[in-house]
Design a protein around this ligand. Structure first.
Ligand SMILES: *[C@@H]1O[C@H](CO)[C@@H](O)[C@H](O)[C@H]1NC(C)=O
Ligand SMILES: *[C@@H]1O[C@H](CO)[C@@H](O)[C@H](O)[C@H]1NC(C)=O
Ligand SMILES: *[C@@H]1O[C@H](CO)[C@@H](O)[C@H](O)[C@H]1NC(C)=O
Ligand SMILES: *[C@@H]1O[C@H](CO)[C@@H](O)[C@H](O)[C@H]1NC(C)=O
Ligand SMILES: *[C@@H]1O[C@H](CO)[C@@H](O)[C@H](O)[C@H]1NC(C)=O
Length: 948
């Protein structure tokens, strides 16, 4: 589908237009992957031992996390042009100095966290540019001086956290209080010993809603001027014992609705006074104030008429009666971690308005009886107690209960009637108990239940219809390490279930037929150590009609003993809408290529603890919409499978902990949408085989290779422990070394070739050269058919010169009158010898070869023959006359196989055979010289083949 690919490429480039530096490999940070390609860029540089702000943070970043590093200062330019940055975390560094104007480009920054640093003063221009900042945290620095103008740029600031610094004077915060939108201010744990509004200008008014001035040093808290008309919350989280509260006029604090104490920071008499002055108090949080409670504070609290929410967590309540009997006005009560062994009868009975009761982390052994009369209760949290039994009366009258949390108790079994009356219950959490059976509990009532967690219990059997009445259930968690049997039709009736987590035994009869709305299924298999038979894999009887499935996860624990345990393809076949598939320790080796044939909508695929070294890229054919692929720890040795996989939409690829040593960067050309690549923990080879990949990591501006700058070399041994990206790829490029390498390789190859040719093909080679020369000659001189200077060119060896001059010349030139060309006599001096030969042969009608053993051994002579035989074969002209001066047996001729071929095909004249009759011999030569050019004409004139 080329249009599809084109569209994607177009979208990707569009994306890059919008967000030019969306993603690339960062030296010290990583960009979080998000499912949404247009999502904001979150950059994390958390805990990287950074000393300076990295210069490669993408300018498009929306959030930058630089916490937990060793930054010592922030310089102008560190955050240049980051005009999209909304959140900046600089917590837990050593920052002692910030250059003026360092944040000037951060015009949309909303949250700046600089707590736990070493700032000592805030200069006038430190926050210049931060006009949209709403939260500024400077907690736990050493600030002792703030320039009066330091905050003038922060016109949108709502929350300022300045606690745990070294400020001495209240007047220092005057400019802060003038900020138009400031609502929350914490200045606790500084060095001032009193907070008195009279130290601030009298005529000012602040919009502050929350104030925390609590400190070990604070002796006096006094509001004597109408400076905080809107103040709602006062925190005393850290206080010494002797705080004096001085508020002569109740009306100055009539807006206060919430008060928090985290220790008995004042005397009992003092706290009584405080509570009496706060007529509007609605929410009181008193942690670690057992001392006050022992003195009877609770009775006092119950007299606060508007109080609705009381948090008494972290108090020792166990030795005295929790007598809140008069607190009938409360709607929320938190008694978490108060050492209660029981909630005494009558203690909360009167709270008819109570909607939320939290009694978590105590030592209750049963559901308190008082709860039966809390008719309005909607939320009941009893987690972390010792409750072992639930009776049928426990929740008899709390019929409005919507959320019941019983996590982490000792409940072993349930009776059918326990939750019978909870017709409004939506959330029931029974995880981390000792449940092994729940009888008919979920067969009646609970018609509005949407969430049920039964995990971390001792369930062994799931029966047919166990959950049949839970018609509204959307999420069910029944995972258990002890499951041994899941019967047919267990999940019948769960028609609205969307999310199911369950454990299955290896043998099960379950039928998921009714789960028409199931979108999210997680199955845990446990293979026991005692397991010996082959795994039954998946029950063939099982009917999966999971047509709505979107997310499917299968996790198998235990050893397969090398036996296959694959998810059956026909199970995946029903999941036509599947988008996310995870299989951990399920497949032993790569799944069949057909596995995902019916899951074309798959967007995310994760296979864990599977040997994928033999993966067939055909597996990806049906799932071209894949966006995220996780093949971590899968024994992969190369990425080559990707080159053939068609994955145009793949954006995230996680291949951690594999065995990849060398990567061919060309595979990324087949992944046009890739933006996130995780290759941590692979044994990279640092040599030129990875040069292309290294270059690609550093230079491509689309794909971020996560933590690439931290990858180390495993090979070769000399590079072990070095950084992959530090490997100098220059040595692999077009420099001298590389040229030398290439040219010596070529030279070696050429030499090999030459010796091969010389050894086996020299004849053909030489012949080709001569054909070429002859061809050149023909073209150059146009001698074809031109008049000949000579009748014959005589080719002979210097050792036969005597015979030529004494026997041959006198007869042929003298008696018969031929014009002969002899190279010792007629060759032009100074001309290259090969040219002379060519000229001689082409300038003569015939070529006479005077053949002897020496002649055959002489290189030049055989060239002459070649040239002449070229004329013979190529021009179809009969030019060769062979005169044998010696009888040469065939076996001696065989090294000159071409000569042998000629001799076999043609007749020749033999001087020894002529013997006593040289006249016949010369007559035959004459006839041969007289003949024309056609080879056929002269076959009869020769003496015939000798016995060679
Ligand atoms: C940032 O503040 C400026 C005014 O200082 C305002 O015009 C702009 O809309 C604000 N931007 C955001 C994203 O709040
Ligand atoms: C101010 O503090 C209150 C109470 O601590 C908190 O609920 C609220 O979210 C804070 N407001 C801002 C803008 O941070
Ligand atoms: C609680 O009471 C027991 C005896 O009943 C006593 O030993 C213990 O000190 C008391 N604890 C507190 C915190 O009062
Ligand atoms: C609970 O309700 C029943 C009637 O449904 C009533 O008889 C009983 O007294 C109530 N229990 C309490 C403790 O109020
Ligand atoms: C059970 O599954 C649900 C998902 O629906 C999850 O929220 C819950 O945390 C799980 N319980 C435990 C104990 O993991």
């Amino acid at each position: 589908m080329p249009t599809m690919g084109g569209l994607i490429v177009f979208l990707v480039s569009l994306l890059q237009l919008i967000n030019p530096s969306l993603a690339y490999s960062l030296k010290n940070c990583s960009i979080d992957y998000s499912d949404d390609p247009l999502a904001d860029v979150f950059v994390s540089c958390f805990s990287r031992k950074l000393v300076t702000v990295p210069d490669d943070i993408p300018r498009a970043a929306v959030s930058v996390l630089l916490s937990n590093n060793h930054l010592e200062k922030i310089s102008r330019g560190d955050f240049n042009r980051m005009s999209k940055l909304r959140v900046l975390h600089l917590t837990d560094n050593h920052i002692a100095h910030v250059d003026d104007g360092s944040f000037i480009d951060l015009v949309v920054l909303r949250k700046l966290y600089m707590d736990q640093n070493k700032l000592t003063n805030l200069s006038a221009s430190i926050f210049q540019g931060l006009s949209n900042l709403t939260i500024l945290s400077l907690t736990s620095n050493k600030i002792e001086f703030m320039h009066p103008s330091a905050f003038r740029f922060l016109s949108s600031l709502q929350t300022l956290l300045l606690d745990s610094n070294s400020l001495r004077q209240i007047i220092d915060i005057h400019p802060v209080l003038l900020l138009p939108h400031l609502h929350n201010l914490t200045i606790g744990d500084n060095l001032f010993s009193s907070f008195q509004t009279k130290d601030l200008p009298l005529n000012m008014s602040s919009g502050l809603k929350m104030l925390d001035v609590s400190s070990k040093h604070l002796q006096k808290f006094s509001i004597t001027t109408p400076i905080f008309p809107q103040i709602q919350v006062i925190n005393f989280f850290r206080c010494a014992n002797n705080l004096k509260w001085d508020i002569p006029d109740k009306t100055l604090v009539r807006s206060i609705t919430q008060l928090y104490f985290n220790s008995p920071g004042m005397s009992f008499v003092e706290i009584q006074k405080v509570l009496q002055s706060l007529d509007s108090l609605m929410h009181l949080k008193l942690n670690y104030v057992s001392r006050w409670i022992r003195k009877g504070l609770l009775a006092m609290i119950c007299k606060i008429p508007k109080l609705r929410k009381l948090d008494l967590s972290y108090n020792h309540l166990h030795n005295f009666t929790v007598n809140l009997i008069a607190c009938s006005q409360l709607s929320e009560l938190d008694l978490t971690n108060t050492y209660l062994t029981e909630l005494p009868k009558g203690s909360v009975e009167s709270m008819k308005r109570l909607t939320s009761l939290i009694v978590g982390t105590n030592w209750l052994t049963k559901v308190p009886d008082d709860i039966r009369s809390l008719y309005s209760l909607e939320i009941l949290d009893l987690r972390g107690n010792l409750i072992s039994d639930l009776s049928c009366e426990d929740f008899l009258n709390t019929t409005r209960l919507m959320n019941l949390c019983l996590i982490d108790n000792r409940i072993a079994k349930l009776q059918g009637c326990v939750f019978e009356h909870l017709s409004d219950l939506k959330v029931l959490d029974l995880s981390h108990n000792l449940l092994w059976t729940f009888g008919g509990t979920f067969k009646t009532g609970l018609q509005k239940l949407e969430f049920l967690d039964l995990s971390k219990n001792f369930l062994t059997n799931l029966q047919r219809g166990d959950f049949q009445d839970l018609r509204s259930l959307k999420r069910l968690n029944v995972t258990s390490d002890y499951i041994s049997r899941v019967k047919h039709n267990t999940f019948d009736g769960l028609n609205n279930l969307e999310t199911l987590l369950l454990s299955l035994p290896l043998y099960y009869e379950s039928n998921f037929k009714g789960l028409r709305h199931l979108e999210n299924l997680t199955i845990y298999f446990k293979i026991r150590d005692t397991f010996q038979n082959p795994p039954p894999a998946w029950n063939n009887e099982t009917l999966f009609h999971l047509t709505s499935m979107k997310v499917f996860k299968v996790v198998c624990s235990g050893d397969h003993y090398g036996l296959p345990f694959d998810v059956p393809t026909d199970m995946l076949e029903t999941m036509r809408h599947l988008e996310d598939f995870t299989a951990i320790n399920v497949y032993i080796s790569a799944p069949d290529p057909e596995t995902f044939w019916y899951n074309p909508r798959l967007k995310s695929l994760k296979l864990g603890m599977t040997d994928l070294s033999n993966l067939d890229p055909g597996m990806f054919d049906p799932i071209t919409k894949l966006q995220a692929l996780d093949f971590s720890e899968s024994n992969l040795k190369s990425l080559d499978f990707l080159a053939q996989a068609n994955l145009p939409a793949l954006r995230s690829l996680k291949l951690r902990g594999n065995k990849i040593m060398v990567i061919n960067e060309m595979v990324f050309q087949s992944l046009p949408a890739l933006t996130y690549l995780d290759l941590n923990d692979n044994p990279f080879t640092c040599d030129c085989s990875n040069a292309g990949f290294i270059q690609w990591v550093k230079s491509n501006n689309q794909t971020q290779v996560v933590n690439a700058y931290q990858y180390r070399c495993s090979f070769p041994v000399a590079e072990q422990g070095n950084m992959l990206l530090d490997f100098d790829i220059q040595t692999c490029r077009t420099d001298i070394n590389f040229l030398c390498f290439i040219s010596s390789t070529c030279l070696v190859l050429l030499t090999l070739l030459m010796s091969f040719i010389y050894h086996f093909l020299r004849w053909q080679l030489v012949y080709t050269v001569h054909i070429f020369l002859a061809f050149l000659y023909d073209n150059r001189k146009g001698k074809k058919g031109a008049a000949h200077h000579y009748d014959a060119f005589v080719s002979y060896n210097i050792h036969n010169e005597d015979w030529v001059f004494q026997e041959m010349l006198p007869v042929l030139e003298g008696e018969q009158g031929w014009r002969l060309c002899l190279h010792h006599r007629d060759f032009q001096p100074g001309k290259p010898i090969i040219e002379n030969i060519t000229d001689a042969i082409y300038g003569s009608r015939k070529t006479i070869c005077v053949i002897s053993r020496r002649y055959l051994q002489s290189e030049w002579c055989s060239r002459e023959i070649q040239m002449a035989s070229f004329r013979l074969f190529d021009e179809k002209k009969d030019v060769l006359i062979l005169l044998f001066l010696e009888d040469i047996p065939a076996w001696q001729l065989s090294p000159y196989y071409r000569m042998r071929k000629l001799v076999k095909r043609r007749t020749y004249l033999s001087w020894p055979q002529a013997g006593q009759h040289p006249g016949v011999f010369w007559h035959n030569v004459r006839r041969a010289l007289e003949t024309g050019d056609t080879p056929a004409e002269n076959t009869d004139l020769l003496t015939g083949p000798a016995e060679l």
